[in-house]
Design a protein around this ligand. Structure first.
Ligand code: NAP
Length: 266
């Protein structure tokens, strides 16, 4: 038996990076997975790879800031796979860095929309759907991908800090609501350090505001921030997602799992 055998999952931002690794890990361990993303080619490819390896997956183009599309994606999970047990709110963006005094309200609102409003919408529609699925048995788990920057501050990342910090406490509020209502749904947040994904490669290529280096020099700089001596890989976050999705973590709710190679330890 797989570790999430028979469960149904939605993973947002599943076309690449942490989302792709999480979708594949959940499918490998027996979940039926709805892969959602804006990137249709990448998302279709991940679903196809899961199927090729004998798993069950479908792709839906899904913009996580659109509430109507949350209704559609949760309905798709119910119609195609019979319900929903696991939701991984992973899709997100790393905005252009810059000081607060230069940031426009439009830039701020865009980051908050994609990195925080999306998680609110996911929790709202996820709880409604998982509650129905698990009313007569089984269990549910919502995993919200925050960041080390949801725990500690960073100059030039005020909007990302605010969004990811918001995800941390939104997760705790959702965990308490589900527990107090007697729903079989746990809600937790995950806080990755720098993980080698297309998002981080994009940041490395364009450079970071306030940092005089880019490219290889920047990789070296980021590596130094992690006592373990390297950046993380997407599978290391996927393994955490898998643990929180499975019943192995059945007494864990409202927790923040820090997976950062020691970044926030010092
Ligand atoms: P990634 O490589 O950029 O992948 C993210 C995926 O989300 C992309 O396919 C992207 O599509 C999609 N996406 C962006 N906006 C979307 C929207 N509005 N609706 C649906 N899909 C959307 O990112 P990642 O590094 O795997 O990061 C995944 C999550 O982990 C994010 O929430 C990120 O903030 C968090 N995180 C990452 C790191 C890290 O070091 N990588 C560290 C801490 C936290 P497009 O490419 O088409 O935009």
């Amino acid at each position: 038996m797989g570790r999430v055998q028979g469960k149904v999952a939605i993973v947002t931002g599943a076309a690449k990076g942490i989302g792709a690794a999480s979708a594949k890990a959940l499918a490998r361990e027996g979940a039926k997975v709805v892969c959602s993303d804006l990137d249709e080619a990448g998302g279709e490819a991940v679903a196809a790879e899961i199927q090729r390896l004998g798993g069950e997956a479908i792709f839906m183009r899904h913009d996580v800031v659109d509430e109507g599309q949350w209704e559609q994606v949760t309905k798709l999970a119910e119609d195609r796979f019979g319900g929903l047990n696991i939701l991984v709110n992973n899709a997100g963006i790393a905005p252009e860095g810059g000081p607060i005094e230069d940031k426009t309200l439009e830039q701020w609102r865009h980051t908050i929309a994609v990195d925080l409003d999306s998680v609110f919408l996911g929790c709202k529609h996820g709880i409604r759907t998982i509650k129905k699925t698990t009313a007569k048995g089984g269990s549910g788990s919502i995993i919200n991908i925050s960041s080390i920057l949801g725990l500690v501050g960073s100059a030039n990342a005020s909007d990302y800090n605010a969004a990811k910090g918001g995800v941390r406490l939104l997760s705790k509020a959702a965990a308490l609501e589900c527990a107090e209502a007697g729903y079989r749904i746990r809600v937790n947040s995950v806080h990755p350090g720098y993980i080698d994904t297309p998002m981080v490669r994009g940041v490395v290529d364009r450079g970071m505001s306030g940092m005089p280096v880019s490219g290889n020099e920047m990789i070296q700089f980021l590596t130094m921030l992690h006592p373990i001596g390297r950046l993380g890989v997407a599978d290391e976050i996927a393994n955490t997602v898998l643990f929180l999705a499975s019943d192995e973590s059945s007494f864990i709710t409202g927790a923040e799992l820090v997976v950062d190679g020691g970044y926030t330890t010092r």
